[in-house]
Design a protein. Sequence first.
Length: 289
Amino acid sequence: MASRTRTDPVLITGCSSGIGRAAALSLHEAGFLVYATARNAAALDGLASRGLRTLSLDVTDETSMTQAVAAVEADAGTVGVLINNAGYGLYGPVEQQPMTEIRRQFETNVFGLIRLTQLVLPGMRRRRSGRILNVSSMGGRATLPGGAFYHASKYAVEALSDALRMEVAQFGIDVVLIEPGPVRTPWNDVAVASMVTAAPGEAGPGDDPYAPYKAAVGRSFATAQTGALARLGSTAEDVATVITQAVSARRPRTRYLINPVAKSVVTLNRLLPGRAYDAVLRYQYKLPG
């Protein structure tokens, strides 16, 4: 089995901000050959100036993904580590979200991850070495109010990763799940902004039957950023440190569940009956009804 070295290229998606950007810098500082990517290559200028290699890569575009992997392989050889980080949170009631937005959520969070994995696996198999890190979430193991489609996408990533791990172990390839809890990044603003203001066919916010529910979910995001809960959250750099550990480890864990909030919520979901878990969340979020 070929051994993985720090000169093997590390390909990371979603590096324009947040966890992806912090992970790219952390791995670069640890001596890895990092290819940081994002849809908008201009957003990566700050990384390029610090010595990282950068590429344009849109995980919803087949040509973009194929070209990015080919560029890395032509420049530095087989991708040694793939970090599927690109993603966002679509929030809002199931009834109200347009199917175009739901499909975009899965194209970004799930299908792009799958396709990039397919593109790097042949080279990893030939080398009989490689590592794939999928940035999931505590939301792939416990569901919170308001994020039906985000959670569905992360549950899909969890199941996919578990199945893939068993498929590719025979080729010396590791599959690792990174499961952050609350993180102070622009992700939260995107999630709140994704909540639509009125149901299809309704006149406006004043007629929205889900308005109280969405207000409660919105308040939970604000509390997570500024209240006591914020002190228990992580920074992007905290998550990047764990990612660097998972890439560097000789024998990485299958899952890295990050921060006390994530661990407590996942444990609560595992131990409580479904209705009891729902009741805790209704109380915590002050949901209507």
